[in-house]
Design a protein around this ligand. Sequence first.
Ligand code: MG
Length: 370
Amino acid sequence: MLAAYAVHVTQSRGRRFPEARHPYRNDFQRDRDRVIHARAFRRLEAKTQVFTRRYSDHFRNRLTHTLEVSQVSRTIAGALDLNVDLAEALALVHDIGHPPFGHAGEKALDAAMREHGLFFDHNLHALRIVEDFEQRYAAFRGLNLTFEVREGIIKHSRDYDEKEHPELAEYLLNQRPPLEAQLIDLTDEIAYNTADLDDGYEAHLLSLEQIREGVPLFERFFGEVAQTYPDAPDKLKFNETLKRVLNLFVDDLIRNTQRRVTGARVQSVDEVRSHPERLAGFSPEVEAERRRNKEFLYENLYFSPSLADEKDDAERIIRDLFTFWMTHPESLPRSYREKAEEESLARVICDYIAGMTDPFIFEQHEKYCG
Ligand code: MG
């Protein structure tokens, strides 16, 4: 039973190219499956989230992060009687537009583009992937996803201005996205705020004392856990604590979103869309805890000197290759040379680089700039 304010698949605005109904999968389930079968989805496995494989091969990469976001999103969407299939499809596709080398790669690619008066944005890139680059079907380019999934790709994490992005006008930019899409940015935060503490601790870049001191929420639960399991090894106390932190974020997001939806008396997706602000969100107290947790990660992990060399490498590799192909477009693969006849060379190089995995871009750098 879906809530009245959930997206009902039978009311979907549909696909660009109409398709016959599938006998036992609805349109959002098919979209989820199309994302899972996409080449860009498989490449997430070899893209850095925060840590490269230099640290460990059991840390998160973009793919396992994506699966964690999907799992948390399903739980929350289910508890709110939202459309779990849509939430799952949106979670699985949410990071598909990310370039190699995590955040450093994104920054470097954007900087290279700005020298040509252009820019790189991973949400817009994700839309290009599903609309154009993925070629699986004879009848159309791209994955032919439903409107609601394409809209969620664009609107899950930020708003785009219609004046700046007239090409996105079809996505109702002056309206809020459905709750299923609103959730994704928050579940993404829950997933990485907890996972990065975990991997940071495992990598010995964060100590237990440091986390206890810097993240008050963690410290509160740690106290409880230490009382319940006084003899457990630190790592297990850490795990038990982190589990409680994650659970609190999830629980609060469910309750507070429910409270706001009820308070706003929204009765349909249209009312969610026309509500002046997004309705999914944490309570003010937990929002403050989330912000503190995130700040701690920025101060102590993401900008830690131990990760600086890899970030510098990432920026250098992307800059070198971008410059190389700008001056030697004949060295691009044929399909990209052909695209450069219709689009700016910088955009074509950006698309090529953004699709690469970490190992592939290393190889390319060795080959052309080594
Ligand atoms: Mg993410």
